[in-house]
Design a protein around this ligand. Structure first.
Ligand SMILES: Cc1cc2nc3c(=O)[nH]c(=O)nc-3n(C[C@H](O)[C@H](O)[C@H](O)COP(=O)(O)O)c2cc1C
Length: 189
């Protein structure tokens, strides 16, 4: 890779920020969401299990997602009514939300590695979003294995939800949080 290409890639990686300062009324085109999900699938994947699952929520679909999570919170005894009320309205904060799920695997190592691959896929999606000029936000699902949300997403009952990704057109920028420099052990002889 030419140095200037690496510089451009470094700029893209550093430009990605987690934030929700977005125009709630400006849609994210479906074709763009599809393209970002396709980009996600180019992540490395041991055993080629293709474990990623995607579900896109826009319009009133976002409220249905909040309702499904709130329902699963009751079943899983997560949070109180205040938290559930917040969850119901949460996904309306951005014009599009992509739920990313992960398939189960019978072998414990590959089960874990499926999740690793999905995390890598999400980073692809986030970087693609950044390149497209979108703001993005990777959030933790309130419940990862609730039947109501998995059904709504069209996922299998054994799948897990790894991330809920908000996408929208930014209305402002945010500063990057400081990052400690990497510690690198060198073994050279
Ligand atoms: C697995 C995972 C789950 C996350 N869940 C949340 C979340 O629920 N709420 C939140 O505010 N940020 C969440 N984040 C985003 C982090 O807060 C964010 O990446 C971190 O603050 C660094 O900021 P940056 O992404 O702008 O570099 C999550 C990130 C990862 C990787």
């Amino acid at each position: 890779m030419a140095t200037d290409e690496l510089d451009r890639f470094a700029d893209l990686v550093r430009a990605r920020r987690t934030h929700l300062l977005v125009d709630r009324d400006r849609d994210v085109p479906r074709e763009l969401i599809d393209r970002l999900c396709d980009l996600a699938t180019w992540a490395p994947n041991h055993k080629r299990t293709w474990p990623w699952r995607f579900a896109s929520f826009t319009g009133q679909g976002r409220a249905r997602l909040g309702d499904a999570f709130a329902h699963d919170m009751v079943t899983a005894a997560v949070g109180d009514e205040g938290k559930r009320a917040k969850t119901r309205g949460k996904y309306l904060r951005a014009p599009a939300t992509v739920v990313v799920g992960c398939a189960a695997h019978p072998h414990p190592t590959f089960h874990d590695e499926n999740r690793d691959a999905v995390a890598a896929a999400i980073q692809n999606l986030l970087l693609g979003a950044t390149a497209a000029g979108l703001a993005s936000f990777w959030s933790t699902p309130p419940v990862i294995d609730g039947r109501t949300t998995l059904d709504l997403c069209g996922f299998e009952p054994t799948d897990r939800i790894i991330g809920v990704i908000y996408l929208g057109w930014p209305t402002s920028t945010v500063n990057a949080p400081d990052r400690p420099a990497p510690t690198i052990t060198r073994v050279e002889h």
